[in-house]
Design a protein around this ligand. Structure first.
Ligand SMILES: [Zn+2]
Length: 338
């Protein structure tokens, strides 16, 4: 009996000083198959008859006691470790964070969206088409046969099998007229390519916005009204449109379109070279041959079309002096339009 008391005391001392890593050892020492408790059980047979029962009870109690203490100690160690790791992983919420700068759509994308919004509000559909086009859609169907000198102005990058990088978004007009019956009211925006040497107003890659309306009784007056409204909403309510006769194979009559100078309002300044006007792109009434190419009867339907450069629109609106700036990826330039 005294021995049991002694073992209990010894265990109580040891459990207090034991390291976390030694707990398992301690458990084996007392509760293992050859541990101290097991030795007591073996001793039962040597205990005098009258005391056997009490001895057995005491040993069982000691075993339960040791088991309970070890379990409690293990739990205590575990929660201390949790605390330690919490301490270690502590986050200082007052520390200055890493500031991530937000991106924004490129100025070209912004301009395209702005243009699209204006035309959509006027009832136009937005159409798209492939950047790799066939010679037929880019030239032939637009009344520019193979021998035509107008091809010189739109020299491009040719691929195999009469495919090429489109020089204009006009092929989308052809594709739309092939697919849908009049009345048609559409714009097309997208990237175009020409074999142009880069200078302040030319770049081998650029973007266009083109419009096409085909219906009965469509006149040049409708073209003027549409572009005037667009110019007012894009460049300010005092903007005016000027048409001057010009030649494009896919329109007849054709006109160069200009807007009143956004800098001087038409009085004349260095930006407009003292003319009071800024040229924006071509326009005109759709050539009967183009309508015939897509099986629309020119006696019954007429159409008007126009094509302006997106970069040109952005340059005029935001006073950007050089088209190459759009493609230099200089963050100092791009950040101005966030
Ligand atoms: Zn001016």
């Amino acid at each position: 009996m005294q021995e049991i008391e002694k073992i209990k005391k010894r265990f109580e001392d040891e459990i207090l000083t034991v390291m976390a890593s030694e707990i398992k050892e301690l458990e084996i020492k007392y509760l293992g198959r050859k541990g101290m408790i097991a030795v007591f059980f073996q001793e039962i047979k040597n205990v005098p008859e009258g005391k056997k029962r009490k001895f057995g009870q005491d040993v069982n109690e000691l075993k339960a006691y040791i088991e309970e203490i070890i379990k409690a100690r293990l739990e205590e160690i575990k929660s201390q470790e949790n605390l330690k790791s919490l301490e270690k992983d502590k986050i200082d919420v007052t520390m200055t964070g890493l500031r991530l700068s937000n991106g924004a759509p490129n100025i070209i994308t912004q301009t395209i969206r702005e243009v699209e919004d204006i035309f959509v509000s006027m009832g136009f559909d937005v159409m798209t088409g492939p950047e790799i086009e066939s010679d037929y859609y880019n030239f032939e169907a637009l009344n520019i046969p193979e021998y035509h000198p107008a091809r010189d102005m739109q020299d491009t990058f040719y691929l195999a099998q009469k495919m090429l990088l489109r020089t204009q978004t006009s092929p989308i007009q052809i594709r739309t007229m092939e697919t849908y019956k009049p009345p048609i009211r559409m714009i097309a925006t997208g990237r175009c390519f020409r074999r142009d040497a880069a200078d302040s107003s030319h770049f081998p890659i650029f973007h266009q916005i083109e419009g096409l309306v085909v219906d009965k009784k469509v006149s040049f007056a409708n073209l003027k009204g549409t572009l005037s409204e667009f110019a007012k909403r894009m460049f300010g309510k005092n903007s005016r449109i000027r048409f001057s006769p010009s030649y494009f194979p896919f329109v007849e009559p054709g006109a160069e379109t200009a807007i009143s100078c956004v800098m001087c309002g038409g009085k004349g300044c260095p930006v407009c070279k003292y003319s009071g006007w800024l040229e924006m792109g071509g326009s005109g009434m759709v050539h009967p041959n183009v309508l015939r190419n897509v099986s629309i009867e020119p006696e019954e339907y007429q159409g008007f079309a126009f094509g302006w450069g997106i970069e040109r629109i952005a340059m005029v609106k935001y006073e950007i002096p050089d088209i190459r700036m759009f493609y230099q990826n200089d963050l100092r330039f791009l950040r101005q339009f966030k």
